[in-house]
Design a protein around this ligand. Structure first.
Ligand code: FES
Ligand SMILES: [Fe+2]
Length: 428
């Protein structure tokens, strides 16, 4: 249970809010690289942390992320046209460069130098892996570029999708931290999803519905261990890393690619879920990539031409009562991703956490909220750089391991939870 003012603090990320300031310390996913595939690609509207922005790529191939609205009389630059080194407003032709600097005011004589005095808000936009990243905070505090493993392995080993999720970022993140729902909500998918099925570990998931949770501190956030019974004298541990503020990884299954998420606030009632799948040591097979494109695993199908899921709240996520009755799906909703976001959206745009009743399986969520609150306060009061900004904190992996009962999960698997280039993920 959270006091309403704490819920408010953790869920609001607009300019000037404590969590908004926290998010502005990090490089966060702004777009998929496929949205601006080539020099001169048409501009894309994007809202991040409650700020309305335009992303574009000039004819030289440079990326820009600037205020959506023209400094002249506030027209959306989405109607604008990429021209040479910048983006030209469709109303009276003012032109902006990739930093947001106005570079031409055609109606005014050049010698007045008006353009030089006008600058829109502009943020960096940098491609690392399949994602375009931005840092929306103080340029003087800009950290080194992100070094997440999924974004730095060779391109043939990784795949990223994104989807619009119609709820606050925190309840989406909390779904990524809480692995106790897997034995219930995703029980059907463990048996049938091509990116999940067939792993030995699934048997432990399906035969022990009462995981015990243990949480350990990490430099960048937490490692959340979920323990289930395995063979005599052993436990099956699924270990989820959470790196502040919005990165989680799902523990692997067999030799399937490993997946995870970023939950990026669009505004306080919507977020982008970036979902990635990668394999640390091998190329993804064409069957795997096809399954990802078809919406299996952590991915989903789309309303054509958009990043909105095909199953969405306007069509009740295509819920199928018959499939639920037959036990094919636990909630009647098809697909692991849609199972998650349908329930998270059903909580309302911002769930009222003063009414919840947390239990022992929510230990990871409780700790994560505590860490977020502490970091937001330390930043505000002492200017302290939060965990997860340092690229070293980003070099984590999830793991699924069987350990003797007397071994502490964190001691036994510390090395396995660290990125080791060229070494396979720890998985059963
Ligand atoms: S509103 Fe953009 S040029 Fe006039
Ligand atoms: Fe889930």
């Amino acid at each position: 249970m959270l006091k309403p003012e704490v819920n408010e603090l953790l869920t609001r990320t607009g300019p000037g809010t404590p969590m908004g300031d926290l998010f502005r310390q990090y490089w966060i996913p702004a777009l998929l690289a496929e949205e601006l595939p080539e020099p001169g690609s048409p501009p894309v509207r994007i809202k991040l942390l409650s700020e309305r922005l335009i992303a574009f790529r000039n004819d030289a191939g440079e990326f820009g992320l600037i205020d959506e609205f023209c400094a002249h009389r506030g027209v959306s630059l989405w109607f604008g046209k990429v021209e040479g080194d910048g983006l030209r407003c469709a109303y009276h032709g003012w032109k902006y460069g990739v930093t947001g600097q106005c570079i031409e005011v055609p109606s005014e004589p050049e010698e007045r130098g008006l353009a030089r005095k006008i600058k829109l808000v502009g943020y960096p936009l940098v491609k690392v892996g399949d994602v375009l990243w931005t840092h929306m905070g103080d340029p003087a505090q800009r950290p080194p570029l992100p070094e997440w493993e999924f974004a730095t392995v060779p391109p043939e080993q990784t795949y990223t999708s994104k989807r619009w999720q119609e709820c606050n970022w925190l309840q989406a993140l909390e779904g990524g931290i809480d692995s106790s729902h897997v034995s219930w909500l995703h029980s059907g998918g463990l048996k049938s999803d091509p990116l999940f099925k067939g792993a030995r570990g699934n048997q432990y998931n399906l035969s022990d519905y009462k995981p015990f949770f243990e949480v350990a501190d990490a430099a960048g956030g937490l490692f959340i261990g979920a323990r289930r019974n395995a063979e005599e004298g052993h436990y099956y541990w699924r270990i989820t890393p959470w790196v502040m503020p919005n990165f989680t990884m799902v523990p692997p299954r067999g030799d399937h690619p490993v997946h995870g998420h970023f939950w990026v606030p669009i505004d306080d009632e919507n977020c982008w879920a970036y979902s990635f799948d990668y394999h640390p040591v091998r190329a993804l097979t064409s069957d795997e990539v096809q399954a990802m494109r078809d919406g299996f695993g952590v991915h989903n199908e789309y309303v054509p031409g958009t990043y909105r899921p095909l199953q969405n709240k306007d069509n009740d996520y295509l819920m199928d009562r018959e499939a639920q009755r037959r036990g094919e799906t636990f909630s009647g909703v098809k697909g692991i991703a849609a199972q998650d976001f349908s329930l998270q959206e059903s909580m309302g745009p911002i769930v009222d956490r003063s009414k919840e009743r947390l239990v022992s399986t929510d230990a990871g969520i409780i700790q994560a909220r505590r860490r977020l609150r502490k970091a937001a306060t330390a930043l505000r009061e002492r200017g302290q750089t939060p965990p997860g900004v340092d690229p070293e904190h980003q070099k984590v992996r999830s793991a699924a391991v069987v350990l003797p009962r007397d071994q502490a999960f964190i001691d036994a698997s510390r090395e396995l939870l660290t990125v080791r280039p060229g070494v396979r993920q720890a998985s059963v």
